[in-house]
Design a protein around this ligand. Structure first.
Ligand SMILES: Cc1ncc(COP(=O)(O)O)c(C=O)c1O
Length: 428
């Protein structure tokens, strides 16, 4: 007979149970995006036809990972590569990542400037832990993905600086300069989740220079660090190239931690291989942190990723293919929305520049984003995520469309339904 463990808690009150965890953990919220995605999956299970544009993930049948990754993982497993990897990653993979940064970005960090872990999140969290004490001033810009959760975990004095569509939802150099004094960590991401936009090269140069100037003026006080979340860097439109701030202002190098992974560029979200690229004076500290978290990537996945990254031709071929597939979907949706706009319907969008996202706006005065979200879901079978899930609180009518989980065939009928729903709103 087994013990019904959960029954032993039943006498407990919810309040008592909450009191058993720390205030920090008690105050931590789950992902709003995943909550919306779960409700959409329930609708689909109920037999409803829903075009799921909510998750920042890929449907493997639409976006399979590179064949070389699959074959490499199988081969490594069969070769018995199943023991602990080094806590900063196997040397072969750190070298392959360093070589890729030299080859593609002209940045020579060497393997001593790389930490491998299980996806981008562990190094992202580690960066927060490395540079912030509770109460330190930290900064990010709105809308943005998940930053608030990390600020909460580290109990920092976090400042969210709102941006607007006029700057493709990136901050201006002036906004950054104004917020820099006393700041310990700035978090930025480009191509940007949720907007699908890429930061302008001149703006990034200005921001990087402002950070260098600030640090030069600080003397012995701790510098402001920049977390440069580049997980979508391989997924840009050709006319919107990706830059690391270190390429533009090399003096910023001691203050930049790049966050990267195979998750998005190779549609490999579930294989859990990510890394930080950072100055080698910080590498040993982050290695200790990742090691104690036990957040290693699996050894077979590391071996297979090294083989892939050492094959520029295979990367190029995959990258061309995945960008064509992404563009086909984003361009279809963007084109239809702009056509609706040209026909006087109250919708808008920002032309896609990178990642797998599109910023989509519905302007229905007097209706909250949540009202509109439900209307689109129930009326058009179109599931999207409001920018509130990315901490932009106002009811601005902006939504994120993510195309990683949909087929090209699903889109035209969904867009027809969307047009009908918006048309009905206008004429009612
Ligand atoms: C901007 C950004 N950074 C980091 C991550 C986390 O990536 P990973 O799944 O590799 O942890 C995501 C995932 O959606 C993301 O959108």
């Amino acid at each position: 007979m087994s013990i019904d463990v959960n029954a032993t808690f039943q006498a407990d009150t919810a309040a008592a149970r909450r009191a058993a965890v720390t205030e920090v953990v008690d105050g931590l919220q789950g992902s709003q995006i995943l909550a919306i995605a779960t409700s959409v999956r329930a609708m689909v299970a109920d037999g409803k036809s829903v075009c799921n544009l909510t998750v920042g993930d890929f449907k493997p049948s639409e976006f399979p990972v590179p064949e070389k990754l699959v074959a490499g993982i199988h081969a490594a497993l069969e070769a018995g590569e199943t023991n602990y990897p080094p806590s900063d990653g196997i040397l072969e993979l750190r070298q392959a990542i360093a070589d890729m940064y030299t080859r593609d970005l002209g940045l020579d960090y060497g393997p001593g400037g790389v930490i491998v872990c299980s996806g981008a999140r562990p190094v992202l969290y580690a960066t927060w832990r490395m540079f912030t004490n509770p109460g330190d001033k930290t900064v990010s810009f709105l809308p943005a993905w998940n930053v608030g959760y990390y600020a909460h975990l580290c109990q920092t004095d976090h400042h969210f600086v709102p941006t607007g569509a006029d700057t493709n939802f990136f901050p201006t150099v002036e906004q950054v300069k104004a917020i820099l004094p006393d700041t310990r960590l700035i978090v930025m991401n480009s191509p940007l989740n949720p907007t699908g936009t890429v930061i302008d090269k001149d703006v990034l140069t200005g921001i990087a220079q402002a950070i260098v100037d600030e640090n030069n003026a600080r003397g012995d006080a701790p510098p402001v660090m920049l977390m440069w979340d580049a997980v979508y860097w391989q997924l840009t439109k050709n006319e919107h190239p990706f830059y690391s701030p270190v390429q533009l202002v090399p003096e910023i190098a001691p203050y930049v931690v790049h966050i990267d992974a195979i998750s998005k560029g190779f549609a490999a979200t579930g294989l859990r291989v990510g890394w930080a690229v950072l100055p080698d004076y910080l590498q040993a500290k982050m290695k200790a942190l990742i090691g104690h978290m036990g957040a290693w990537a699996g050894r077979p996945e590391q071996i297979a990723t090294a083989a892939l990254l050492n094959d520029p031709e295979a990367i190029r071929e995959y990258n061309t293919w995945i960008k064509t597939e992404i563009d086909a979907r984003l361009d279809t949706v963007y084109g239809a929305i702009m056509d609706m706009k040209a026909n006087g319907l109250p919708v808008d969008a920002i032309a896609p520049q990178g990642a797998i996202y599109l910023s989509f706006r519905v302007k229905l005065p007097g209706q909250s984003n949540e009202d509109i979200r439900i209307k689109l879901l129930e009326g058009a079978g179109m599931a999207v995520v409001p920018f509130q899930a990315f901490d932009l609180r106002e009811d601005s009518g902006w939504f994120r469309i993510s195309i990683g989980a949909v087929s090209k065939d699903e889109l035209p009928p969904m867009l027809d339904r969307l047009r009908a729903v918006i048309q009905a709103e206008v004429t009612s």
